[in-house]
Design a binder for this molecule. Sequence first.
Ligand SMILES: C[S@@+](CC[C@H](N)C(=O)[O-])C[C@H]1O[C@@H](n2cnc3c(N)ncnc32)[C@H](O)[C@@H]1O
Length: 194
Amino acid sequence: MSNRTIKKKSSHFHVKTALRLEALEQLTDEINVLDCYHGDGKIYEAVSKQKKFDLLGIEKNESRSIFKVLRGDNLKIIDEIDLRKFNVIDLDAYTDCTNLLKKIIPKLTRKTLIIYTMIINRMAGMPKNLIMNEVAINNKIKTITNKFINEKWAAFLKSLGVETYKEITFSENCFLKKYGYFIVKSCKNIEKMI
Ligand SMILES: C[S@@+](CC[C@H](N)C(=O)[O-])C[C@H]1O[C@@H](n2cnc3c(N)ncnc32)[C@H](O)[C@@H]1O
């Protein structure tokens, strides 16, 4: 038996790929991507079939990417990178990208497209034995917490200066998955998106 690890493709792979193709259309100049949660780079491999760009990946684990990848923790590596080289910063996190966003946005000095994945476990903190299969109650919890999370997320982005963003949200089991993008002109000047 082979002991080669088979990595699963990102969930919503096609949605994420299409979102990136759409987001990159916002840029008219050469595209330079800093992909902070690079994995095996499968999404940008798919994007590269339709769009031309340069890319540097950051990945904490071993990567079988076709792109150049720096290995390590993005929160540390980001401090060593000259962000002026990039006009796209991609944060395709498994869970929470807020720490990296908080670090990156104040450093931006040029027009930059930020693409993100933000996944929130709406049941986090709820004791397992209380998460039962009562459909009506669970639906109520979903609706209330989704609304609360959406408001909190919008307030978080606003605190960074981001008023407008394009986003698609999936509500799945215990998770709220947000895929989106916005443009920052420079740290104090976030461009409105149409
Ligand atoms: C959703 S996957 C990314 C998939 C990838 N965009 C693709 O196209 O295949 C998230 C990746 O981020 C990596 N990761 C998580 N935390 C990280 C960190 N602090 N620094 C660097 N990479 C990290 C994980 O190992 C995982 O490969």
